[in-house]
Design a protein around this ligand. Structure first.
Ligand SMILES: O=C(O)C(=O)C[C@]1(C(=O)O)C=C[C@@H](O)C=C1
Length: 273
């Protein structure tokens, strides 16, 4: 099986891929989250694994945007702890650093730390790419925010460990493919609800369908429709299997309200330490 992920070597996405997929999986690092998702859509690979949510930074918009752009299905989700570190050239000290670079969600996870040190920040496409830039530029005043492992990989040094704004930092990744066949008995189902018209209490009427059927929600995210300011589509992840009667009821009721309902996948969660 071929799997794309956000590269280069040493990203958390690579860690997610190597820990989740069997040993004989062929892994393909891509330059961006978008390219990892696109690789599935153009059949370069069978699947991709991309971050969707972090416990400090929230939703990872790049993944949601890619998910909406291509007609893919979520096959699994994987959660594990993320520790971020300040990584510089060998011999550099915290007093040398004036600017940090990383992918936006990693910078967001260290906002308080960056503010406290009055660092400038620059965005690049991944944590590992940030480390690579530091190695290539040889500038002592810049540091990457990345994993501990990446420091060894690019011959760099950890200046400070665990700099994220909360001790309990977890990122959730999703596995995407073109396979829309849904295995029976799953933990969770992701639905995209596109409301037909606007009316007072529209969102609460959608949510009431789930509560009325006794279904717990595990995630909800709104995204602009891109048609008119202030109009949204809702990603709703619920604790139910696709083939359950309750899931079919949700669909029927929401469609009766005139909303468009797309099932984006049913899956089991893997929690890694
Ligand atoms: O840049 C990486 O190492 C990634 O795999 C991306 C990513 C993210 O965008 O959330 C994944 C996990 C961490 O939260 C930080 C970065």
């Amino acid at each position: 099986m071929k799997v794309a992920y956000l590269g280069p070597r040493g990203t958390f996405s690579e860690e997610a891929a190597t820990r989740f997929f069997p040993k004989n999986t062929e892994l393909f690092p891509k330059k961006s989250i978008y390219e990892a998702i696109e690789a599935v859509s153009i059949d370069d690979v069978d699947k991709c694994i991309v971050p969707i949510e972090n416990s400090i930074a929230g939703t990872i918009d790049m993944s949601i945007d890619g998910l909406m752009m291509f007609n893919l299905s979520i096959n699994a989700d994987v959660i594990f702890p993320v520790s971020l570190n300040l990584i510089g050239l060998k011999g550099s000290e915290i007093s040398d650093i004036t600017e940090v670079i990383s992918i936006t969600p990693a910078l967001d996870q260290c906002r308080n730390y960056i503010r406290r040190h009055e660092f400038l920040s620059q965005h690049v496409d991944s944590t590992a790419n940030a480390a690579k830039v530091i190695m290539e530029q040889g500038n002592k005043s810049r540091a990457a925010i990345a994993s501990e492992w990446v420091a060894g990989l690019y011959g760099l040094q950890i200046i400070e460990k665990d700099i994220q704004d909360s001790e309990h930092n977890h990122t959730r990744f999703i596995v995407l493919s073109k396979n829309h066949r849904i295995k029976k008995i799953q933990d969770k189902t992701m639905i995209l609800v596109t409301p037909s018209t606007e009316y007072v209490g529209m969102l609460s009427s959608i949510l009431n369908v789930f509560s009325g059927l006794g279904i717990n929600l595990t995630w909800i995210e709104s995204k602009p429709t891109r048609k008119k300011l202030g109009t949204y589509r809702f990603f709703i992840e619920a604790e139910m299997g696709y083939d359950e009667e309750r899931a079919q009821k949700v669909k029927i009721i929401l469609e009766t309200f005139g909303h468009k309902v797309d099932f984006l996948g049913s899956y089991k969660t893997t929690i890694l330490k």
